[in-house]
Ligand binder design. Sequence first.
Ligand SMILES: [Zn+2]
Length: 237
Amino acid sequence: MTTEWNEVLERLLSLQQLDSKISRLEADLQRAPGDLKSREAAVAAVDAKIKTLADRTKVLRAQILLRENELKSHTAKISKLKTQASEVRTNKEFVAFRSEIANSQGDVDRLEGEVLKILEVVEQADKKVAELEGERAHELEMVEKAKAEIHERLADQRAELEGLRKERPTRLEGVPKETLELYQRAHKARGGRAMSALEGAYCSACGEMQTRNDVYAVQNRTRHVLCKACNRLLYQP
Ligand SMILES: [Zn+2]
């Protein structure tokens, strides 16, 4: 009985080793698309920033256009007033025209000042957009690079996983059916880790203290022992 369990345990440990590799690969394979998603999200974030700025400059450009139209009508008015002023007869009429011209000129100055200020803001926004375009191009490049890397890695990992899965049945040979059932149950419940090393009197996976009899049995490899808390098969490393 002693040698028999000892032999089974060796097989189980080798099976556990294989299953750990399989679990790790499966986790990696699941994580891969997540990496890519976060890279793609970075591109989308830059896109959103660019759009906000572009929307804002669109409004500002419309405001400039409005003022330019207003400027045109004021300029036309001034030139008309100047023509009329040159034809007046009395000084009183001339003063009236001059005052009207001065008013219009004031509007022109104000509008020109406003246009300049808005233009400044638009220029700054355009500069920022150009910066963001550069950032976006960089992020896109990273996405493409990540894609290529991930595809290559995935292909390697899938091939490795396939090999390990093919190998698994050979590691089940010589393990009694009942023991295998215990193993598989813990394997399924504990995310691929069906066995746990004993540390002193404690299960290293969950920290549960084991009875003195069980500790003795694990240390001497006399029979299989399940952790009372997590149901993993215990072994003495
Ligand atoms: Zn445990």
